[in-house]
Design a protein around this ligand. Structure first.
Ligand code: ZN
Ligand code: ZN
Length: 227
């Protein structure tokens, strides 16, 4: 009988395993929170918190992973490494959608604005990442820009839990900071979250970076209390 070859290592068939081998093998497979085994298990568990850095690292690891997608019965599996194909991760400032996949720029993205206010919902953002990853893989396999059955099959392969992930497209993550700072200009939609109240004197309010970068000078941010 031939031992199965996996990643250059041989695993003896079960009959030849003694107890200590089993324990050792189990330890290896139980390492949930190393970045290494992303193909098999979700990285975060329900209720876990995260950081922007951790989400970025996870995204990069997902992109650097070589995925084997075998969704067609009569076709060979596709072996895809998105990082090697030029795909990258980037944060964006969008307010409504948690995730974004740009075919043109070859990027998958997460709203930093929503993430920073919902760092206690790590699993949701992991799902968002895997959702966008599935779009990128779908594209790499010549697929369409839709949530069709092919995309769904790919999403399942990359552990995006189908329904929850689908709804994460327009993830209804709520604003959890006490304050929102908004630009006073009518045609500017810049805003950012703030946990702390600004000091009473209007002078201490920071200015809008969008307007400033557009050469419109210092436009004050106005403070809105959310709860
Ligand atoms: Zn989508
Ligand atoms: Zn502004």
């Amino acid at each position: 009988m031939v031992a199965t070859q996996k990643g250059g290592r041989c695993f003896p068939s079960f009959a030849f395993c003694n107890f200590s081998d089993l324990v050792r093998y189990k330890d290896v497979t139980k390492k949930k929170h190393t970045m290494k085994d992303l193909k098999k298990e979700m990285y975060f568990v329900e209720g876990q918190s995260t950081t922007t850095r951790e989400i970025e690292n996870l995204a990069n690891e997902l992109l650097k992973t070589t995925w084997t997608i075998d969704i067609y019965r009569h076709k060979e599996a596709s072996v895809i490494n998105l990082w090697d194909l030029g795909w990258r991760f980037e944060f964006n400032t969008r307010k409504r959608a948690a995730g974004l996949c740009s075919y043109r720029n070859k990027t998958i993205g997460v709203s930093e604005w929503l993430l920073t206010q919902n760092l206690d919902r790590a699993v949701n953002f992991e799902n968002t990442l895997r959702h966008e990853l599935a779009h990128a893989l779908d594209k790499a396999m010549g697929g369409s820009n839709h949530h069709n059955n092919v995309w769904k099959a790919i999403a399942r392969k990359v552990l995006c839990t189908a329904e929850r992930c689908y709804s994460s497209e327009e993830i209804s993550i709520k604003v959890t900071t006490k304050y929102t700072l908004k630009c006073v200009e009518d045609n500017c939609d810049y805003e950012r979250a703030s946990h702390k109240a600004q000091l009473k004197s209007a002078r201490s309010y920071s200015c809008c970076t969008t307007c400033y970068n557009d050469g419109k000078g210092y436009k004050r941010l106005m403070q809105v209390q959310n709860y």
